[in-house]
Design a protein. Sequence first.
Length: 469
Amino acid sequence: MNNNAQLSSGVQNYVNRGQEIVKRREDDFRRMKRCRFDTIAVHGMYTMREALEENQGSIIEPAYIATSQGYRDSDEMEAGLAYLIPTWCYARIANPTTYYLEWVLALLEGYGSDMETSAVVTSSGMAAITSAVEPFLVKLSEAADEPINFVSSACIYGGAFQQFSIRQKEKGRLVRWVQNPSNLQTWEALIDDNSRFLYAELPSNPNIAFCDIKALAELAHRHGIPLIVDSTVATPALLRPLTLGADIVVQSLSKTITAGGLGIGGAIISRKNLVSEKVIQAKEMTDDFASWVKFLPYRDNGPSMNPLHALMVLNDLRTLRSKVDTMSKNAMQIAQWLAEHPGVEQVHYLGLESDPMHKLAKRDMVLADSELDSGKPVNRYSHLMSFRVKGGGQAARRVMDGFEMIYRATDLGRIKSVATIPAISTHQQQGEEARIMADIPANLIRLNIGAEHPDDIIADLERGFSRLG
Ligand SMILES: Cc1ncc(COP(=O)(O)O)c(C=O)c1O
């Protein structure tokens, strides 16, 4: 915002009108914050007033697919392009349809707390991850060899692993890997004065690592740096890292949030006033990170989301809680079945009491509003698991090749069950050495459990295991 400029009376008129819109939006936000999770997911910030007065009564958010907004006159244009009024100007910067998606995500990630949150949506999950980390990795001095590092769990999606180890290295930034993210001492030992943030993914893809977000956030904040969490697998229906102390959440909207599988996108959702003592590019960056990213680096770098995709995501998001509940219940049953199977060496699923992270996951992973459904909070441990097949990589391939319903695809979060062998797909590029560090062996099958009946999923798994002879 250009606060210092002397405004003409024409521009000032638009600013005054804009303030009324801002006030109405703030009131709508506060009103929605008092609603239950499902109500927020269904309606978000699209109000009946907006439908009736501004959108011909359309009960679903309209798809605004025009590239740009026209202005009444040059005063409104000046006010809009200086960000002095709510405006969308040009679809790379903002768009009315993506706006609705951003605010529903901000509300859901802050659900159950008084915290103020904001969001920006991107063209993919990787665009969200890159847009979230880049602002913290800028040089703070003129020195050509200024050392810049960040500390990340090694148990992360293969694309993020490549982004951190290859793309960031190309720019002279060093990632320091934490092999076992539940070990806080390892994180602490790797932080120094040049560390810019901590990064974790949980539950992680594919080996379902988990850690104590609260403790990790406290550690980050003791060092004056933010904690960034990829919460794609859990979604806000099960876990809300911001409410546990994290500063920024990244989501791949291409996954569980759009379980129907018809959208690609990502999101950055942040708390107001995040902790970043070393890097403050502008006061707005720490005051309201997601909005600052949207109006500055995002505008200049261009990772924006297609509004039609925003509508696809919004549509799926409305039933997020019930889908996550069904898929997680099914997953629990399948994990128990796999744990008893003679062809399985080990199952990684947070719902199993034998999982080393079960106790912590039980504390943090609770289905939103489940206490209203059944009188007490209900734990759900997501749709994602992985298991190691006895007999090595070739045996795992034989099992997976026997599936007739469970798709072989590099995908997760789907309403349809999907399996992959990460060592030959999602985590192939990072190479053998990095897979050993991240504990991704060749016999590991990652299994995303969908909403089919569990009997049919088990029958298909049986078909796979029958190939072992
Ligand atoms: C946990 C996680 N985060 C981020 C991503 C990247 O998302 P996208 O494919 O939308 O770029 C993925 C993709 O598989 C993922 O599994």
